[in-house]
Design a protein around this ligand. Structure first.
Ligand code: IMP
Ligand code: MG
Length: 173
């Protein structure tokens, strides 16, 4: 166990209040990055009083292991118009930075008013791209974590807490 449901909720409530203040009166397009950010996105939006529009995007880079393959592909694009809007990309974890770097560059081509990054977890030791998030829930060590949306090989997403995956589970990979 790394983060309990209560710890997650307390921090998400703080982030929600901060977002509401920062985006007050702005045309906010909140983008959930599937599938890992599902629970974070849902709880964060409920903790953010203020108007916003939802969209969803998906990238793939992992292919079942515990390390990024290094190649990111867009498997689901946004469907809302982006031009002139304030886009907030919401992801579960910022690790190598390849995913968010790729997605941010993709969105910038559509001329948004701004693009900011919001992640539940930041693993700065894993970074391979020069990128940082504007909003971070928790900064954690370079360990592979699961639960509250985060998966290992598509499993453990529904754990109601964040836990460190035992290395014997991913032994050979
Ligand atoms: P990045 O492209 O390496 O920054 O990784 C971003 C994506 O990798 C996240 O959206 C997750 O899907 C996945 N990821 C990175 N670290 C972990 C982890 O510890 N547990 C589960 N997924 C992870
Ligand atoms: Mg993910």
């Amino acid at each position: 166990m790394l983060l309990t449901r209560q710890q997650l909720q307390t921090r998400i409530d703080e982030l929600g209040a901060q977002l509401a203040a920062d985006y007050a009166g702005k045309d906010l397009l909140a983008v959930c990055i599937l599938r890992g950010a599902t629970h974070f996105f849902s709880d964060l939006m409920l903790a953010m009083p203020g108007e916003c529009v939802y969209d969803f995007a998906a990238c793939s880079s992992y292919g079942g292991g515990v390390r990024s393959s290094g190649t990111v592909t867009l498997t689901r694009d946004l469907t809302e118009p982006v031009e002139g809007r304030h886009v907030l990309l919401i992801d579960d974890v910022l690790d190598s930075g390849l995913t968010l770097r790729f997605l941010r560059d993709h969105i910038l081509q559509s001329k948004p008013a701004s693009v900011r990054l919001c992640v539940l977890l930041d693993k700065p030791q894993g970074r391979r791209e020069e990128i940082s998030a504007d909003y971070v829930g928790f900064t954690i060590a370079n360990e592979f974590v699961v639960g509250y949306g985060l998966d290992y090989d598509q499993r453990y997403r529904n754990l109601p807490y964040v836990g460190v995956l035992k290395p014997e589970i991913y032994g050979g990979k």
